[in-house]
Write a protein that binds this ligand. Structure first.
Ligand code: ACM
Length: 261
């Protein structure tokens, strides 16, 4: 199975240009799974709820259509972030798409910083989607900080965690090594680059998108400041064996009667 990411540099509010940028990077590359950043179509640093509302879409909006086109072009399952509008509620969401079909939707559970002003907390249970024989779970950016997210997805049977991100702190790439090791799953973290100076915030996004292996090995890491795309071949069967050695199985050895969660 070939999995990978696109690392883009969204221009705030310019969906058309942001779609073009990704199209140019992907060209005709063939893959099984391609992950795009969080909010890749819109940018991240909002200054009013009205602004967020104007950029929000339904799950069959222009960003979903773009993801469908990219999926058709590459044959890949595509995961990417968007601002989702459901009635009067707005979520920081991700779509999983294959060809013309929505396979799954995820709404960010753990909102970071001023996201709490703009978005509603995700209200969908963590879920793993089985497609083409692969089991894929989604989480978005800051969700990594809560180990329960990846643990839950892994206990649900995920082989791979698709992880759209807009990272502004320097910890995630290192943490994903441990998250993958402790759960024996693969992860694709697709981060963005560039700076957004808006209102009182000035974010420098950290790039360094990463493919992390079930054994904690970093299979690919992008530069911190360049548009980038990369793929790696993996064997999902590795993520289905939770045995560390003949005596230790990372899931069966859990002492759940003694945990207080
Ligand atoms: C983040 O969750 N986008 C920092």
């Amino acid at each position: 199975m070939k999995i990978g990411y696109v690392q883009s540099s969204p221009i705030f509010g310019n969906k058309r240009k942001n779609f073009e940028q990704i199209e140019e990077l992907i060209t005709k590359k063939k893959a099984d799974l391609i992950v795009l950043p969080e909010l890749f179509a819109t940018g991240y640093t909002f200054i009013s709820r009205k602004e967020v509302d104007n950029l929000a879409e339904g799950k069959n909006g222009e960003t979903a259509n773009f993801l469908k086109d990219i999926s058709k072009k590459t044959g890949a399952i595509i995961v990417g972030g968007f601002i989702e509008k459901v009635g009067d509620d707005i979520y920081n969401s991700a779509l999983m798409i294959l060809n013309k079909n929505i396979i799954g939707i995820y709404r960010k559970l753990h909102l970071y910083y001023k996201e709490k002003l703009w978005f509603k907390q995700g209200n969908l249970a963590l879920n793993v989607f089985e497609i083409k024989g692969f089991k894929i779970g989604m989480m978005i950016c800051f969700d990594w900080f809560f180990p329960e997210t990846m643990r839950s997805l892994s206990l649900l049977g995920a082989d791979i965690i698709a992880h759209p991100a807009n990272l502004v702190l320097p910890y995630c790439q290192k943490a994903m090594v441990i998250r993958c090791l402790e759960n024996r799953v693969y992860a694709v973290t697709s981060n963005r680059i560039g700076e957004e100076k808006r209102g009182s915030d000035n974010f420098l996004f950290t790039g360094a998108s990463q493919i992390t292996s079930y054994n904690g090995e970093v299979l690919s890491r992008a530069p911190s400041d360049e548009l980038f795309l990369d793929f790696r071949d993996i064997k999902v069967i590795n993520a289905r064996n939770k045995k560390l050695n003949d005596y230790n199985d990372l899931f069966n050895d859990r002492r759940i009667d003694y945990y207080r969660l």
